[in-house]
Ligand binder design. Structure first.
Ligand code: ZN
Length: 405
């Protein structure tokens, strides 16, 4: 057993315990108990780790990740041999865990690489975040898809939806990713423009559902978002250009759709944090992120479930830790809203809130120790966590010189 002592807890991320300071007892994979500081005598074989009043948060979720997205060098990304693609995806899953993300949802990969990474992490062969994944990105033929090489699988008839969803299912995906509108990140793509038809979208959702899968749809533009809600898409990715009507439609259709905005990638492009960008990317990114913030504000007011996604590449994540947190704070969303989105809200969206998302006796010990008070000052998230636990095991990171961090 392990006891984390002198933990500072955030009230709205903790269940069944009301004080700010606590000792957390971990037994195997789970949190066994939460005690007031110093009140419990731990048995002699318990490993005691004094976190000295630092803040302990539940493990974070990135619901829109791409493990294949090692950097922003597109030529390199699509030309990598398959084995490099796989190894780099595995290393991104490990970096995610180091950053405090104990669960990520991969929104599109080639070679079904993220599914392999998921399975070998589950087996304990690899160390990394828990992975939930789609496979290839299904898409109607559209301008700019070729920028991503074989990551996209184009098809143009509702009749083909079942065949392609079956193939994805046979490769072990957890859900199906489909393109409904143009993208920010492909040259010539118009984010607001719908690239599919209602009929095709209905067919994809029906096909996926018949196989026990849900659809995550890439949607920036209003018409595309509305078509996705009508079709019964579960997760509306990016959800940039929503209007009052589309927000209301979610409730009218029985709240079967949720949104996963992604602020980090447009933020980094618009501000050229990863180097100079084509003018087209910069303009699209700036416009999309302003609209995304307004959309998220409307969704929060209307009680639409809103998750935490970044869509960000590994090198930018490592260069700017916590960027999704600070990008949301930049649009004046409260620390409470942001921290809940990154934990319990996202856990709910992927159906893991009975095991994850808050600190509670009986839940998995996915814990992140931060130096500072992110609930009071989000810029604390710009530092990497001091410690990360996933299912009760402390994550140890070795650098190339074999030093433990
Ligand atoms: Zn994406």
């Amino acid at each position: 057993m392990i006891a984390l002592t002198n933990c500072r807890l955030v009230k709205y991320l903790t269940e069944g315990y009301k004080h700010e300071l606590a000792d957390i007892l971990i037994d195997g994979k789970k949190i066994a108990a939460i005690y007031p500081c110093g009140e419990n005598e731990f048995s002699g074989d318990t490993e005691i780790i004094d976190v000295k009043g630092r803040t302990v948060l539940p493990g974070f979720f990135d619901l829109h990740a791409h493990l294949m997205f090692s950097n922003q060098n597109w030529d390199y990304l699509i030309r990598r041999p398959e084995q490099i693609y796989l190894m780099e995806s595995a290393s991104f899953a490990k970096e995610y865990l180091r950053m405090g993300y104990t669960t990520i949802r991969d929104a599109g990969c080639n070679h079904y690489a993220s599914g392999t990474v998921r399975d070998y992490i589950e087996k304990g062969v690899l160390s990394g975040a828990r992975v939930i994944t789609s496979g290839k990105i299904l898409s109607p033929t559209a301008v700019g898809n070729e920028c991503f090489g074989a990551l996209y699988e184009e098809f143009d008839s509702p009749d083909k939806a079942l065949e392609l969803c079956r193939r994805e299912k046979a490769h072990g995906v957890d859900f199906v990713k489909y393109m409904v509108t143009g993208a920010v990140l492909n040259l010539g793509g118009v984010p607001g423009e719908m690239v599919t038809t209602q009929e095709e979208l209905d067919a994809v959702v029906k096909a996926a559902e018949s196989l026990g899968l849900y659809v995550a749809a890439h949607c920036h533009g209003t018409e595309g978002i509305k078509a996705a809600i009508r079709a019964g898409v579960y997760t509306i990715e990016h959800a940039s250009y929503m209007d009052r009507d589309s927000v209301d439609m979610i409730a009218e259709y029985g709240n079967r759709s949720v949104t996963v905005p992604t602020f980090a990638i447009p933020f980094i492009l618009a501000n050229e944090l990863s180097g100079p960008q084509p003018e087209e990317f910069k303009l699209k990114a700036n416009d999309a992120s302003e609209a995304m913030a307004e959309s998220m504000r409307m969704c929060l007011e209307a009680g639409v479930q809103t998750g935490f996604g970044s869509d960000l590449d590994m090198s930018s994540h490592l260069k700017y830790p916590g960027l999704e947190f600070t990008a949301r704070a930049n649009y004046n969303f409260s620390n409470e809203v942001i921290l809940k989105q990154a934990t319990i809200q996202s856990a709910r969206i992927v159906g893991l809130d009975d095991r994850l998302g808050t600190i509670k006796a009986g839940k998995y010990a996915d814990l992140v120790v931060m130096d500072g008070k992110p609930d009071e000052d989000m810029s604390v998230m710009k530092k990497l966590p001091d410690m990360v636990f996933k299912e009760g095991r402390r994550f140890m990171y070795w650098t190339y010189r074999n030093e433990m961090v």
